[in-house]
Write a protein of this length. Structure first.
Length: 536
């Protein structure tokens, strides 16, 4: 992925141009690779606040592609509630003549959520002191700020416990362990969360055995370098997300804070449990809805593209190729084909598009017969909805050889064509894709409907153009018959009258000219009959 904007701004650093330090291009590449290996976002903007450079950490943080983000304003990603504050802060820094700006804000991500980030920016000025842009870093501090808040809240709970608040009044699951890591006191919420009663004197290991990290980057609760060991060694609270295997039912997601504290000179350990199962479920649902909306936008853009492209295509076969190509690209399929049934009902590929990594050319698929693993195939031709089939077989003939292209699954979508024989858009995959939800299938069906409408509209435009040509020919024929022939006939009569008063030599020449006019008139009449549209 390219992460440097070529020619996006006039100001370029030596590590971007390869100029400086001897103009060593290898150093330029090394510097770029180094920036892309950082976990912090490194950025640069122009005077209007538009990104001109972003390293790969930008995609890790926000999910947005680097190349697609270049040229966008950085304010477009700031939370709407904090845009005015960000602008005011930056303008005050510029107006005051300072060169540095350090603040926190929330940045929008691709899935629609926001991450709290810490921005350190340096104002770049030209020789005259005018601002020409900014350079700096963006650090994701979402987890750090969340953990700080969680630790503060949970520390307050521990204070309540140490103050003698009855265990039944504690709002969260709190378990206090003595120096031997045996349960000294706990709230009933712990029993509800674990599904097994926790008795005074139980070892902490009984609970840690049922807890596992919630993700690949989460720490264990126990172990030599786990959260408990880190809290006891550093005397600082530790926060992490873990999955709790319940005695009955599915596992639950927990956010656990391990807090070391001292009671009457004795080192003790407090564990505060927060059930975040519903939160995780809501986050997954939000991501699913955001991804679904993004796919919807992609298919809407594909429908708009197919409409404009098909109307501009001069040949109907080119239009079918556009349908196959745009459909394949939007669906992320390996193969996109448009097939029509022949007189025997066999599907014949008339247009195709393939993924760039396939060893088969799209032209090699034209003329093949497509056999879908469904019974009967005729239902697909007349169906009004998309059908997901397992297995798609392509067969050649004496003219077109059979390609080595096994397809495990395909989505067959009917193209609604009222003026022609029905056609099917086939989106094939080499491996079986996950089951498509109904909204996604509806998006593909809507695209196919728009494509069919565009094909019919394009044909109507071509028919209109053909009729316009015929009408123009008819007009020309009428003009020739009504005006040109009359003029030629009048000229011929005039010349014929001159032969009576002219000499023999001139009369012979006039007679030859009159014969040529008669022949020309006859040829024009035959031409008129040819260009006039047939009455049948």
């Amino acid at each position: 992925m390219m992460s440097v904007s070529r020619g996006a701004t006039q100001h370029q650093e030596p590590w971007q141009t390869g100029v400086g330090h001897g103009g060593d291009a290898a150093r330029c590449c090394d510097a770029e690779d180094l920036l892309d290996s950082l976990s912090e976002v490194v950025f640069r903007t122009d005077a209007e606040g538009r990104w001109t450079y972003l390293n790969r950490a930008w995609t890790t943080l926000t999910g947005f592609d680097v190349v697609a983000s270049l040229g966008a304003r950085f304010l477009d990603y700031v939370h709407p509630d904090e845009v005015e504050y960000t602008v005011t802060l930056f303008m005050s820094v510029v107006a005051g003549g300072a060169d540095h700006c350090h603040h926190e804000t929330r940045y929008r991500t691709r899935d629609g959520s926001y991450r709290r980030v810490q921005i350190r920016a340096t104002v770049v000025r030209d020789a005259a002191g005018a601002v020409v842009g900014n350079i700096g870093t963006i650090l994701d501090v979402t987890a750090a700020r969340r953990d700080e808040q969680t630790i503060g809240e949970h520390a307050a709970l521990v204070e309540l416990v140490s103050a003698g608040v009855p265990a039944g009044e504690l709002p969260l699951g709190v378990a206090l362990y003595d120096a031997d890591l045996r349960l000294w006191r706990g709230s009933p919420v712990i029993d509800e969360i674990a599904g097994v009663p926790q008795r005074v004197g139980d070892r902490l290991a009984h609970l840690t055995e049922r807890l596992s990290p919630a993700g690949p980057h989460q720490r264990c609760l126990g172990g030599e370098w786990g959260m408990i060991a880190a809290a006891l060694r550093t005397h600082h609270a530790q926060v992490g997300d873990l999955d709790l295997k319940a005695a009955h039912g599915p596992a639950r997601s927990m956010r656990i804070t391990v807090i070391p504290w001292t009671r009457r000179g004795e080192e003790m350990l407090a564990l505060v449990f927060t059930d975040i199962t519903d939160l995780r479920r809501a986050e997954r649902e939000a991501r699913r809805l955001c991804q679904q909306a993004e796919r919807g936008r992609a298919w809407l853009a594909a429908s708009a593209e197919i409409t404009t492209s098909v109307l501009a295509a001069p040949d109907p076969r080119d239009a079918l190729g556009l349908v196959a190509r745009i459909g394949r690209r939007t669906a992320a399929a390996d193969v996109g084909m448009v097939a029509v049934p022949d007189e025997d009902g066999t599907l014949v590929v008339t247009a195709a598009a393939v993924a760039p990594d396939l060893p088969v050319d799209a032209e090699a698929l034209r003329g093949l017969t497509a056999t879908l693993s469904t019974d009967p195939q005729a239902d697909l031709v007349t169906a009004s909805h998309a059908v997901m089939v397992e297995g798609l077989h392509l067969r050649g003939n004496r003219v077109v050889p059979t390609p080595a292209l096994p397809l495990a699954a395909a989505l067959a979508v009917p193209l609604r064509l009222t003026r022609h024989q029905p056609a099917i858009l086939i989106l094939g995959h080499r491996t079986s894709p996950p089951c498509l939800p109904a909204p996604d299938i509806a998006l593909v069906e809507a695209f196919a409907a728009d494509a069919g409408l565009a094909l019919e509209l394009a044909e109507a435009h071509q028919e209109h153009a053909r009729l316009a040509v015929l009408e123009d020919r008819d007009r020309i024929a009428r003009d020739l018959g009504d005006l040109v022939l009359q003029r030629l006939f009048a000229i011929g009569l005039h010349l014929q009258s001159l032969t009576r008063v002219a000499g023999d030599l001139i009369s012979a020449r006039l007679t030859a000219a009159i014969s040529a006019l008669d022949q020309t008139i006859e040829e024009i009449r035959r031409t008129i009959l040819r260009v006039q549209p047939s009455s049948t």
